[in-house]
Design a protein around this ligand. Structure first.
Ligand SMILES: *[C@@H]1O[C@H](CO)[C@@H](O)[C@H](O)[C@H]1NC(C)=O
Ligand SMILES: *[C@@H]1O[C@H](CO)[C@@H](O)[C@H](O)[C@H]1NC(C)=O
Ligand SMILES: *[C@@H]1O[C@H](CO)[C@@H](O)[C@H](O)[C@H]1NC(C)=O
Length: 313
């Protein structure tokens, strides 16, 4: 019998929501064929999600995978001037030292795995096809109810199994608490965006990326080795501003990355929100066509063809 490990990600929205009106063009990406996702098995979702839920999953998966996770959109990662990497993981220059470069390379690999798996159906760091795909489901098994207020979705990882029946279960809150990224980050509504505003509300897409990162085959868990020193990617906790708290949101993720003055924080390598908001930030940066102009005003507001943001702090 398989032991199932459930990893639940609780989201807390804080700040004042942007008033997002309806924006035309939102439906433009709805044409995605389910079959294009080599790593997703839609058969459960087709049965147990209703038509509006299925439409959200298709569109959000399309944007999350082909726009946010797609390496050609993310641009160069971890270069000395990759300010967005620096914001979420710590200064690239500090990571490149002798003792830290191993973890640095792992972070960079982790940033590639979800796209390889979900879009191409490939195992991490290899050209081999995955043997099992990731299921989506909108219906909880009655024996292990995990959905509750505050939980948008969760992942089932068959422990230590390469051939896992990985599944993302979408909870009632997923449909009511989130918004499409391109409705929240629309220049008409929010002409300038600062990193702190990534905390305002969460999106269908970054929540999906959180789920992908928790699937062990994508989150660099070494399923061949039960004593794997590489831990699962999940929510890290630490004491910030005198309070022991989960590291959620762009501001806490940034503080967490710079917790130890002058060096890196290895635990960013396993913090879920550092990854999902990194992808969201890269996407917003590209969408706004701007530099994350830290020196001036913390806004994206100038052309940035490389998609790396402005100067590191
Ligand atoms: C789908 O289910 C949600 C509740 O989860 C409900 O609010 C919505 O109206 C349903 N949509 C359709 C088309 O049945
Ligand atoms: C991070 O982890 C690596 C390898 O495990 C270790 O060599 C390095 O000293 C650690 N760095 C910090 C700043 O803790
Ligand atoms: C996983 O663990 C096995 C067994 O300890 C080891 O041979 C292999 O190199 C590890 N793979 C990775 C990617 O760390």
């Amino acid at each position: 019998m398989l032991a199932l490990a459930f990893f639940t990600f609780f989201l807390v929205a804080f700040g004042v929501p942007l008033n997002g009106g309806d924006s035309s063009g939102v439906m433009a990406r709805d044409q995605s064929a389910e079959s294009k996702f080599q790593g997703i098995d839609w058969s459960k979702a087709v049965n147990d999600c209703n038509s509006s839920q299925l439409a959200i999953l298709e569109r959000a998966s399309w944007v999350a995978v082909t726009e946010m996770l797609n390496p050609s959109n993310v641009g160069s990662v971890g270069g000395d001037n990759d300010f967005i990497f620096g914001w979420f993981f710590g200064q690239p220059k500090r990571w490149k030292t002798k003792y830290n470069s191993g973890v640095f390379n792992r972070i960079k690999n982790n940033l590639k795995y979800p796209y390889n798996f979900v879009w191409k159906g490939r195992q991490p760091n290899s050209n081999q096809d995955v043997t099992q795909r990731l299921f989506y489901t909108c219906s909880e098994s009655s024996t292990t109810p995990t959905c509750q207020p505050g939980t948008n979705a969760y992942v089932a990882n068959p422990a230590q199994s390469k051939d896992g029946q990985w599944a993302v279960t979408f909870c009632p809150d997923y449909w009511t608490q989130l918004e499409y990224a391109d409705r929240l980050w629309d220049k008409k509504m929010a002409p300038r965006v600062s990193p702190s505003q990534l905390n305002i509300r969460r999106t269908y897409e970054d929540e999906l990326i959180c789920q992908y990162m928790q699937v062990d085959i994508m989150g660099f868990h070494n399923y061949s080795d039960p004593s794997d020193p590489n831990p699962h990617i999940g929510q890290e906790w630490d004491t910030l501003y005198g309070t022991y708290q989960p590291i959620q949101g762009a501001m806490l993720a940034n503080n967490f990355a710079y917790l130890d003055p002058g060096t890196v924080n290895n635990k960013t390598a396993t913090n879920l929100d550092s990854y999902s908001l990194f992808f969201l930030a890269k996407w917003v940066n590209k969408k706004y066509g701007g530099v994350w102009n830290n020196a001036q005003s913390n806004y994206w507001d100038a052309p940035d063809p490389d998609g790396v943001g402005g100067s590191p702090p």
